[in-house]
Design a protein around this ligand. Structure first.
Ligand SMILES: O=C(O)CCC(=O)C(=O)O
Ligand SMILES: [Fe+2]
Length: 416
């Protein structure tokens, strides 16, 4: 059987090879389908129907990700160590991997999804009431969020730490701190239950990364997430022909990286997520220079087919900074499909006040960071990103009117 394949890893990008045998293994990320008649040959041997969910008009390669099952507890056994090494290898090879949802997470996700759907079905005027002028939490209309200055299409409900007005940080007018404008108590309970369950996966992943990275301090990563600034975006993308015409056609969200440690994302069966695998020579530092819009139009993207009962795990900017780019944050973008699509993206983050310093074991890895670097204040990075993405939101206006960004230096805590 003759298969024409093109290998896109590193120096071989774009070159095509002729192979005389079928692929005996699962189609891996290094192999790219060409839209030719020979594709049917692939289809016969290892056709994955999920690949066909890729949104139209995208030049990308569907990939099958490595999927891991998290242990009940991470205790440093040989099995934990092997798992941690495989996860780090997957991050460095693919920029992303999957973990299985636990039965409790699946149940909580279904419940949260029912609340999400019924809120998004409310009249626009009702949804618009759920915004907060201090926290950036709540409803984001389709076309309101900007990536690289261009409107994105999903409707979003953003869950940010729900702080009462008498919390000292709200009183002191810290940027992004305030209540979450929930549609109802039941909605809040469903979202918070799901986030708590994901939080425990996030902590296990950090414990595993600590093992796999060989960190001398077993708490080097988990101490950063004490009272972590975990948040979630409940997203609903319209079908490609149901947009308001504000952004680029076919685009759901422009290419970007996310800001903190880990992104755990559960998508429905429709499909739309593309990621950029680590490519030698490509580096970015989103905290210094925006990665928004990065190489959005080229073909070097991988399509992540929507597998049931898994979450994808991507790395955020702070994990990249801590490891001096040994693990890079994962550029990703979203395409609109022929049907509406829903996603829960959960962000496992450092404490807002935490000051990131390169991990000593990785500080000299050639990324220009040393343990003497002044470090990055996560809260400043997060607030900068909110101001960049929602410049016209009532919350951003209030930040500007009250000069709240100037408060940020006083929110830093060197030792958590
Ligand atoms: O739609 C997705 O799968 C990812 C969404 C995303 O990138 C985000 O919310 O930051
Ligand atoms: Fe994202």
């Amino acid at each position: 059987m003759l298969l024409r394949l093109s290998i896109r890893a590193y120096g071989l990008a774009g070159k095509s090879l002729t192979m005389l045998k079928p692929l005996g293994v699962k189609q891996r990320a290094t192999v790219r389908y060409l839209a030719t008649a020979t594709q049917t040959a692939v289809a016969k041997s290892n056709y994955n129907p999920l690949h066909a969910t890729m949104p139209p008009n995208h030049g990308a390669t569907p990939v099958d990700l490595e999927t891991f099952d998290l242990p009940k507890q991470v205790t440093g056994t040989a099995a934990d160590f092997t798992l941690s090494k495989s996860m780090i290898a997957a991050f460095r090879r693919d920029g992303i991997f999957q973990i299985k949802l636990t039965p409790a997470q699946s149940t909580a996700l279904s419940r949260a999804n029912a609340f999400a759907k019924s809120f998004f079905e409310e009249p626009f005027a009702v949804k618009l009431k759920h915004v907060d002028d201090q926290s950036f939490a709540g409803y984001v209309a389709s076309g309101e969020e900007l990536t690289d200055g261009i409107a994105d299409y999903p409707e979003i409900f953003t869950v940010i730490k729900d702080l009462p007005r008498n919390d000292f940080r709200v009183q002191l007018r810290w940027p992004c701190h305030g209540p979450c404008p929930w549609p109802s108590d039941a909605y809040a309970a469903a979202m918070q239950e799901y986030m708590t369950l994901l939080g425990s996966s996030g902590e296990k992943l950090l414990q595993l990364l600590t093992l796999g990275l060989g960190l001398a301090d077993p708490h080097a990563l988990t101490r950063l997430t004490k009272d972590g600034w975990h948040h979630m975006r409940v997203l609903q993308f319209p079908a490609a022909d149901q947009t308001n015409g504000k952004g680029k056609s076919g685009r759901g969200i422009g290419s970007h990286t996310d800001y903190g440690l880990l992104v755990l994302s559960a998508q429905d069966e429709v499909g739309g997520l593309f990621i950029r695998r680590p490519i030698r020579g490509e580096n970015w530092r989103n905290w210094e220079k925006s990665v928004a819009g990065y190489k959005e139009g080229d073909d070097e993207w991988s399509y992540i087919p929507p597998e049931p009962n898994v979450m994808t795990v991507m790395a955020g900017d702070m994990l990249q900074y801590l490891t001096s780019s040994f693990i890079q944050s994962t550029p990703h973008k979203v395409g609109l499909n022929t049907r509406p699509r829903s996603v829960f993206a959960y962000f496992h983050e450092p404490n807002f006040s935490a000051l990131m310093k390169p991990l000593p074991e990785y500080a000299a890895a050639g990324d220009g960071n040393t343990t003497d670097s002044p470090g990055i204040h996560y809260g400043t990075h997060f607030a900068n990103m909110c101001m960049r993405n929602y410049p016209e939101r009532i919350t951003a206006k209030r930040v500007r009117v009250e000069n709240r960004m100037e408060i940020l230096p006083s929110t830093v805590m060197e030792d958590l």
